[in-house]
Write a protein that binds this ligand. Structure first.
Ligand code: ZN
Ligand code: FE
Length: 257
């Protein structure tokens, strides 16, 4: 099977757009559609023709390009059943545990409520890649706008257990530098985090994206995936506390800066 090809680009103020292309079938999907013009430019650069749009959640900075792209390209729009009422352009709805084919690749749908109640993430196990929307960010996680902290923790724990270490993670936003600065406040002695921050600062100074990341890197350095870590628990004064409670405290502190 030919490799899945992936083209990531920046758009809006800090969003990522991503195109995925299956050379075997010729299919191309846009992961969310933050900005129609930016997706069109990416299609021109790659020479790929858009067949699908995979939607993680209904927020405008992930959906506002859909209608125009659908009209121009006739793309099939696939997104979360729980947000179908808020995404009128959907052609197919998916829910947790569903799988569908994108050309030669299986796409597993993982529900990750918390940032929004209906949010879904897309995992292509044969390509070792996952699109985590506004759920899992590099060194962070999405703000919990609609669900509870417990719900968001459950979603992250699901990703943590489902996605193998080598999985490349693409997410909705370039927030890594600010996330990393916060991460150091709750996990200051983490050598892997310190080393990663040096890399991230260099990338940002060079104007380069810090994504994709990998599950291995996130497991080692993302405090929101590490609430069992004794050093983090000690800093928070929560030694022995349940992971869900530690996660909630980390989220609360991040929200208050
Ligand atoms: Zn969002
Ligand atoms: Fe967003």
């Amino acid at each position: 099977m030919p490799d899945l090809q992936i083209h990531q680009f920046s758009c809006l103020s800090d969003n990522f757009g991503v195109l995925i292309h299956d050379p075997g079938s010729g299919m191309t999907a846009s992961i969310d559609a933050p900005e129609e013009a930016a997706v069109e430019r990416a299609l021109q650069e790659t020479g790929w023709s858009l067949s699908h749009i995979l939607v993680t959640h209904y927020h405008g900075d992930h959906t506002q390009g859909i209608a125009g792209l659908k009209q121009t390209h006739g793309a099939t729009v696939i997104g979360p059943v729980g947000e179908a009422d808020k995404i009128p352009t959907l052609d197919q709805t998916v829910s947790d545990g569903d799988s569908f084919q994108f050309g030669g690749f299986k796409v597993d749908v993982i529900a990750t409520p918390g940032h929004t109640l209906g949010q879904v993430n897309f995992h292509l196990p044969e390509a070792a890649v996952a699109f985590t929307g506004d759920t899992l960010f590099a060194l962070g996680c999405g703000r919990v706008f609609e669900g509870s902290h417990a719900m968001m923790w459950q979603s992250l724990d699901t990703l943590r257990s489902r996605l193998p270490d080598e999985t490349a993670i693409y997410c909705g936003h370039e927030y890594t530098l600010a996330n990393g600065r916060f991460a150091l406040t709750v996990d200051p002695d983490n050598v892997a985090l310190q080393a990663r921050m040096t890399e991230i600062e260099a990338l940002r100074e060079a104007g380069k994206p810090t994504l994709p990341t990998t599950m291995a890197k996130e497991r080692a350095t993302n405090p929101f995936l590490r609430p069992e870590d004794p050093a983090i628990q000690a800093i928070l004064g929560m030694t022995g506390a349940a992971p869900e409670a530690v996660f909630s405290e980390i989220r609360r502190r991040k929200d208050s800066i």
